[in-house]
Design a protein around this ligand. Structure first.
Ligand SMILES: NC(=O)c1ccc[n+]([C@@H]2O[C@H](COP(=O)([O-])OP(=O)(O)OC[C@H]3O[C@@H](n4cnc5c(N)ncnc54)[C@H](OP(=O)(O)O)[C@@H]3O)[C@@H](O)[C@H]2O)c1
Length: 310
């Protein structure tokens, strides 16, 4: 087990964050239909009042809108908010200088001098891992970010990134990957265990499987937009798992499905960052904190989730 470095320790103390992809995204989340700036602002406010202090955004979310909104929101709260944003590896970005340049743009939209975590959103097709990590090193050295991480990296690439940063004495703070009761590849391929071994925080994105784990969608009532197609096959198989989630929630005094699903991620040792479109969703998601599933309940959920993914 590698000792967690002092610089990245704060990430290991955060139990849950808030995802900000929904803020301005029309393609997947249909921003402007059923929710907009006011609802998103309330989602942020409620999250903060419930003790959430870590927000994940990216330069590409809503084409910069998400970062701009977060910049406005943090101005009007007296709570310290930890900000994570991301560099998108467009194929025409092929020099390490692209990273500090892009981060400067993000800082401008956020209205801050530095962020807490700067992540490479996806592996690049035009830059080697070494070049990308050298770019991240420049971002740390210039003081524009406190720590650096990666996203959507499998184990092999993650180890290469870890070593490349280590040569500059910079710790790899995190790997942000898809992880939920309906997508456990990151657990099954050993990435989660390797993260723990290296002191790298695994940040779990889509921890509610884009709303499916709330139980509100079914074959008869599919989610709107692009999710309908991508989840068509899965929706017919999830009912036994959803039923077990509901029953376990009831055994915990009426915890909702999303609270159980998020608590499961936390029990696995990962940091979930659920997205919320409005105050009600944010409030409910925050209720995943302050209690814990038993080991037997986690095992039961594992078993049923295995049956969906078979
Ligand atoms: N690094 C990456 O490549 C990557 C990829 C994806 C996401 N992310 C990050 O991870 C965050 C979370 O992932 P995600 O947004 O994909 O999915 P998610 O958190 O699994 O699902 C969020 C969606 O679920 C529904 N929902 C949320 N709370 C709910 C509640 N209490 N009750 C019922 N429905 C609820 C809402 O959609 P509806 O109401 O429309 O159903 C919401 O937009 C993102 O915001 C982003 O910051 C990163």
């Amino acid at each position: 087990m590698t000792e967690i470095s002092n610089e990245t320790r704060f990430l290991h103390a955060i139990e849950m964050g808030l995802g900000a992809w929904q803020w301005g995204d029309r393609l997947v989340w249909q921003y402007g239909h059923g929710y907009g700036a006011e609802e998103v602002r309330h989602a942020f406010d409620i999250s903060v009042s419930e003790g959430i202090r870590f927000v994940d955004t990216a330069e590409v979310y809503g084409n910069g809108t998400s970062e701009r909104m977060l910049g406005q929101f943090i101005q009007s709260t007296d709570q310290p908010i930890l900000i994570a944003t991301k560099f998108f590896p467009w194929p025409w970005r092929f020099l390490k200088g692209a990273l500090p340049r892009a981060l400067k743009g993000s800082l401008g939209r956020l209205g801050v001098e530095s962020v807490d975590l700067y992540q490479v959103h996806w592996p690049s097709v035009s830059m080697s891992t070494d070049t990308l990590m050298e770019g991240l090193v420049e971002c740390v050295k210039s003081g524009m970010t406190r720590t650096v991480g990666i996203s959507n990296y499998g184990q092999t690439r993650m180890l290469a990134a870890y070593s490349a940063l280590a040569r500059h004495n910079i710790p790899l703070a995190s790997n942000q990957v898809h992880y939920s009761l309906l997508n456990r590849s990151t657990e099954k391929d050993g990435t989660l265990a390797r993260c723990k071994e290296l002191g790298v925080r695994l940040i779990a994105y889509s921890p509610l499987e884009k709303g499916l784990l709330s139980g509100k969608y079914s074959v008869e009532n599919p989610p709107p937009g692009t999710r309908a197609g991508s989840y068509a096959g899965m929706l017919s198989k999830i009912q036994p798992l959803i039923k077990a989630i509901t029953a376990i929630g009831q055994d915990h005094g009426g915890k909702s499905n999303v609270q159980v699903a998020l608590n499961w991620v936390i029990c696995k040792g990962a940091l979930p960052i659920p997205g919320a479109k409005n105050a009600e969703q944010a409030q409910q998601n925050a209720g995943a904190l302050g209690w814990k599933l038993s080991d037997a309940e986690v095992a039961k959920l594992d078993e049923l989730s295995d049956q969906v993914q078979e």
